[in-house]
Design a binder for this molecule. Structure first.
Ligand SMILES: Cc1ncc(COP(=O)(O)O)c(C=O)c1O
Length: 437
């Protein structure tokens, strides 16, 4: 009885505070399927429509302020509208929007190459999805082999060759071999069976669907050794982790050199971007053959895209990377572990079984008895409780990605972490009252 009342009160309070979002959602459903173009921001009963961001905070259209741990699912490592990035963007808007190669893309490619030494050349795309798509294409073209290996539960973007859903030809799926993330036996068995046909092993640098579970050193070592021996290109998807957990992402932290790296998010400083780089074997697929003037020759693979290397994204990305110093990474990692410890401590205090995942400034709590290392072990996570916690945190002024790992941002300080800890304590107290834990 009591819990039903409390649920209603909480829901009513949320509805009362977010009237403009509700109205916008009702309008949006007439124009956009389900009223929002991005799944991670879809909260039941409706998503919050945002209006303003500054540093670690965002404001919705009703003027409610939230501490933002979504950071647009990762790219806003400096929080919202960092003054140095804003200045770089404004200068670019005053100079040149788009319409030809710029020095900015050369400079950004050089910064990326410094961070990921394997990359002999870099190409830009407008999204991380296109980066993984074009890198896989290069590996297939270079090896002449169609089969790719992906881990179960892997997310590499929204394109057909890495997704499985209605609408995707079955023939695409028949070229994919799956292995279990962080499971050496499963990887070795699958790889040894199919390696003669495999054009690329693709690996998510942290497994997003398992709360950004990082790879173990021994798993990464096994994958690298097996692929190297068989000369099968290993592609690391560092779209989330590149320049977030370290400049050189998980590859740097684990001292591992893949053959190709896909990037996105942070390198665009909050604007649309993707990039990929790799060994000469892969990148030469996109190079024009030398030809006599005025002919330019022809690449084996076309690299077209109206908004590739968009100058505003390049300018924002360069300004962002300049601010990501070793001290910045230390601060970010401190924020992540503090937030993770806060959740861990409160869940322990309430006797709630849980498992923490994430790395550096990325963190997630599974309501699970089992230690989570991949999607198989994540299946035991109680999604309803997870979503309930996210919704309650939102009602206490903290915006978290819906049932997905959270991302800290550089401008977060003691005050923000104290706010987060209070919100976590209040949300667990609510869950107790609601009879959820
Ligand atoms: C690991 C990973 N790869 C690729 C992508 C696709 O990037 P984008 O959303 O920019 O297309 C994402 C997006 O979240 C991702 O998490």
């Amino acid at each position: 009885m009591v819990s039903t009342q409390t649920t209603k009160d909480r829901m009513q309070e949320f509805l009362d505070r977010t009237v403009s979002s509700r109205k916008l959602f009702e309008r949006a459903t007439g124009a956009i399927p389900s009223g929002s173009t991005r799944a991670p921001f879809y909260y039941a009963p409706y998503p919050l429509y945002m209006k303003k961001g500054a540093g670690p905070y965002v404001w919705d259209v009703d003027g409610n302020k939230y501490l933002d741990f979504t950071n647009n699912m990762g790219p806003l490592v400096l929080g919202h509208r960092h003054p140095r990035v804003q200045k770089a963007v404004e200068a670019q808007l005053d100079a040149f929007w788009c319409g030809g190669p710029t020095e900015l893309e050369v400079r950004l490619a050089e910064r990326i190459k410094e961070a990921f030494p394997v990359g002999e050349r870099v190409l830009f795309t407008p999204s991380g999805s296109e980066a993984t798509m074009k890198l896989i294409r290069a590996a297939r073209a270079a090896t002449g082999k169609d089969r790719i290996m992906l881990s179960t539960g892997a997310y590499h973007g929204s394109h057909d060759i890495v997704t499985s859903s209605p609408g995707i030809p079955k023939s695409y799926l028949s070229t994919v071999t799956r292995y279990r993330y962080n499971d050496e036996e499963s990887f070795v068995a699958a790889f040894r069976k199919d390696k003669g046909e495999v054009g690329a092993v693709v690996m998510e640098a942290v497994l997003g669907q398992a709360g950004s579970a990082p790879p173990t050193r021994s798993f990464i070592k096994t994958v690298r050794e097996e692929t190297e021996k068989a000369e099968v290109p290993l592609i690391m998807d560092e779209v989330v982790t590149g320049f977030r957990v370290a400049r050189g992402g998980i590859s740097e932290l684990m001292r591992m050199e893949p053959d190709g790296v896909a990037l996105g998010k942070i390198i665009g400083g909050g604007f649309p971007v993707g990039a990929f780089l790799g060994t000469d074997r892969l990148m030469k697929e996109y190079e024009y053959t030398k030809a006599e003037f005025p002919n330019v020759g022809k690449p084996r693979l076309p690299q077209s895209g109206t908004f590739n290397a968009h100058p505003v994204s390049m300018a924002a990305g360069l300004a962002t990377l300049e601010l990501l110093t070793p001290d910045a990474y230390e601060h970010l990692a401190g924020l992540g572990s503090k937030a993770s410890r806060a959740l861990d401590a409160v869940a322990t205090e309430y006797g709630v079984p849980h498992s923490m995942t994430g790395i550096g400034s990325i963190f997630f709590m599974h309501f699970s008895k089992e230690k989570v290392t991949n999607v198989e072990t994540a299946r035991g996570s109680d999604e309803k409780k997870g979503r309930m916690l996210d919704a309650l945190l939102l009602s206490h002024g903290v915006s978290m990605p819906a049932f997905h790992s959270a991302f800290a941002s550089l401008p977060m300080r003691e005050a923000e972490m104290a706010l987060f800890e209070q919100a976590v304590e209040a949300s667990f107290a609510d869950m107790k009252k609601l009879g959820e834990i």
